[in-house]
Design a protein around this ligand. Structure first.
Ligand code: AHR
Length: 642
């Protein structure tokens, strides 16, 4: 056959394939599918935690530090606090501090002769969602003589209306801190926008010529499952809708910290909020650590997630590396950490957790030693001493925990040693990952612990933030490859779970939020339907053309006799797919379609156009031994369930 003739045949085959092809789905005989195939990475990045999932609404509540030009620091400021009336606000290094960890407070000086209402207000994190259907709880600490009422409540910036408030009786004295416990109230109206502030009003005549100090001021909206110091209901609900089965926490680069001392200190993040000093985060913000390790574990447990604990393994993301001489101190702390999470009340650290109100040990059967330890010169120390130092001690105490290396191949091999691969690539590369795992070593379990497709504009400039239907489908094609190989691909997780909508807009997350809205990206819906329609075992799919043919990609699984066939049409023409199911099956099939107007469609907040993606369901009937699935859109996912 001449080369030209061969070329024509190949092109023609593509053309025919794109128009109509038959896929035959086996009844059984594949690999067991990992129950953890679809998961998430949680870390506080661009207000995933503070100002995001963590339901605290006041910003800079305890004067733990600040952020200038995208750099977090321990410089204390009055940022996000403003005076009401003729008062002066300043942040001071307190002589008699609220606690050893919260040593700065806000002082309000009130000029002599003042009358009427005075005080201060907080801007919140991009405003406040005021919702008449929800309860709010306000609390604070005060030092200075005041015997009267503090009126705390919301004010709308557009109308200037005081929306709703609660009157709190305060009787405080000089030199001693008085704790004002949570006062619960429910707003009387919902303003319909987040352009609100939260005000604290005092009787000016009582404070004329004097000053008071306040610290650890707090406002919580009703939380997910009503947990104290818990998480935002709407974001947690959106997370539930993602249908993730596991979560790696607390990071990511944020867990590593930029430099020595700023890594995640688990033992500074539990107990009374007064005893949490906070720390300088990796992603430009000071972290309150209010959403500490126990709150994270509680949220993950409430959301029915398997936990993959991310451990600091000696590499700071700024490049500092813990020396071999010092690494054992970090390992010792880690062993206490694991006892704190997993131990019962007969253990030293387990008992401390029980005393904090968490009687049931957490299930932690997966641990990642480090994160991206190949960055910033980390590889050689990871191989020579860092990984082994953690692996040896953890393995000795917890023989069956899966220990995950952040570098391929793991420095210490062994059963229950896995590897974490991170995929941040452009669309074409994601598509090429479809068969990435087909010939991989079957004895090395893998997680794709972070993935996100980078959109490239025509001029070649990259944008990580534009999650189009096309980029989401490219990710989906990689996921099909993971699903087909889920005997070794134990799990996948998107690059970041949650971010604030406006901050760092050119970065991805499956969920973005503002004070009162949630945006679920195209990638969110891909993960959702992939996870929702997954069987317990893979089954093979064959086509009359021999191999899977671009632009259609697929993978199939089964639970019992029910088959789940996932099909992605990737920038393809209209086409028809006849599906033949071998073995026992129903004669009707459900077809779930994730679609969008075109391949470049993105999801936006409602005022900017709203979501472009939609999910529809239909039922089709078998005819002549085939279910006929029709693609009319160049970028679409269909799942056939029968
Ligand atoms: O969330 C995405 C960040 O990017 C993670 O912290 C890090 O591991 C990755 O490189």
């Amino acid at each position: 056959m001449t080369k030209l003739w061969y070329l024509w045949l190949t092109v023609a085959q593509h053309f025919v394939a794109a128009q109509r092809q038959t896929l035959t789905v086996a009844a059984s005989g594949g690999n067991k599918s990992s129950a953890l195939l679809y998961g998430t990475l949680y870390e506080d990045i661009y207000h995933s935690g503070d100002g995001g999932l963590y339901a605290e609404l006041l910003r800079n509540r305890a004067f733990q530090g600040s952020s200038q030009n995208g750099q977090a620091s321990t410089t204390r400021t009055t940022d996000f606090w403003h005076p009401i009336g003729n008062v002066q606000l300043s942040v001071e290094d307190s002589t008699r501090a609220l606690s050893e960890d919260l040593t700065y407070d806000l002082r309000m000086n009130v000029p002599a002769g003042t009358t009427g209402q005075i005080g201060f207000y907080n801007e919140g994190f991009w405003g406040f969602h005021v919702d008449a259907a929800k309860r709010y709880a306000v609390s604070f600490n005060i030092k200075g003589a005041y015997d009267g009422t503090v009126i705390a409540g919301f004010k709308n910036n557009i109308t200037g209306a005081q929306l709703s408030s609660t009157a709190i009786s305060v009787s405080s004295v000089d030199d001693t801190w008085t704790y004002i416990p949570p006062h619960t109230f429910q707003p009387t109206s919902t303003p319909g926008n987040a352009n609100n502030t939260f005000t604290f009003l005092f009787d000016g005549s009582q404070l004329a010529g004097k000053s008071i100090q306040v610290n650890l001021l707090s406002l919580f909206k009703q939380t997910y499952r009503n947990r104290a110091n818990g998480v935002r209901e709407d974001l947690a609900g959106s997370f539930d809708g993602l249908k993730s089965s596991w979560v790696r926490l607390p990071g990511g680069n944020n867990m590593q910290g930029l430099s020595i001392g700023n890594e995640w200190h688990w033992d500074r993040t539990f107990g009374d909020l007064k005893n949490r000093q906070g720390h300088v985060g990796t992603w430009g913000d000071i972290q309150t650590d209010g959403f500490g390790i126990l709150e994270m574990m509680q949220w993950a447990t409430d959301a029915n997630q398997t936990i993959v604990l991310g451990l600091f393994a000696g590499l700071h993301i700024g490049g500092d590396i813990v020396s071999e001489a010092d690494i054992d101190g970090y390992v010792d702390s880690t062993m206490n950490y694991l006892e704190f999470l997993k131990g019962d009340s007969s253990t030293t650290w387990g008992a401390k957790r029980v005393n904090l109100g968490y009687p049931t040990p957490f299930k932690v059967d997966h641990i990642e030693i480090g994160n991206e330890d190949y960055l910033n010169g980390g590889t050689s120390s990871y191989y020579s001493y860092r990984f082994a130092a953690f692996w040896n001690r953890i393995r000795a105490t917890y023989p069956s925990i899966a220990l995950i290396s952040s570098i391929f191949p793991p420095p210490v091999p062994g059963s229950d040693t896995w590897v974490d691969l991170h995929f941040y690539y452009n669309q074409n590369t994601f598509v090429s990952l479809f068969d990435r795992f087909d010939n991989a070593n079957r004895s090395l379990p893998i997680i794709v612990g972070e993935y996100a497709c980078i959109h490239e504009f025509d001029n070649g400039s990259p944008e990580i933030g534009a999650q189009t239907m096309g980029t989401a489908l490219a990710e989906g094609i990689m996921l099909l490859g993971a699903e087909r190989n889920s005997d070794i691909v134990m799990g996948t997780a998107y690059g970041a779970l949650i971010k604030e909508y406006d901050e760092a807009p050119n970065t991805v997350a499956v969920i973005k939020h503002s004070a009162d809205q949630i945006l679920q990206s195209t990638s969110y819906y891909v993960q959702q339907i992939f996870s929702q329609y997954k069987g317990e075992e893979t089954v093979s799919v064959t086509t009359q053309f021999g191999e899977g043919i671009d632009p259609l990609y697929w993978s199939a699984t089964r639970t019992g006799s029910t088959r789940y066939l996932k099909l992605i049409n990737y920038y393809g023409p209209s086409s028809v797919v006849d599906v033949v199911l071998q073995g026992t099956h129903s004669s009707t099939a459900q077809v779930v379609t994730l679609t969008a107007p075109d391949c470049s469609s993105t999801n936006k907040l409602s005022q900017l156009g709203g979501e472009s993606t939609s999910i529809t369901e239909s039922t089709i009937v078998e005819s002549d031994g085939k279910f006929t699935v029709i693609f009319g859109n160049p970028c679409e996912i269909k799942v056939l369930i029968a």
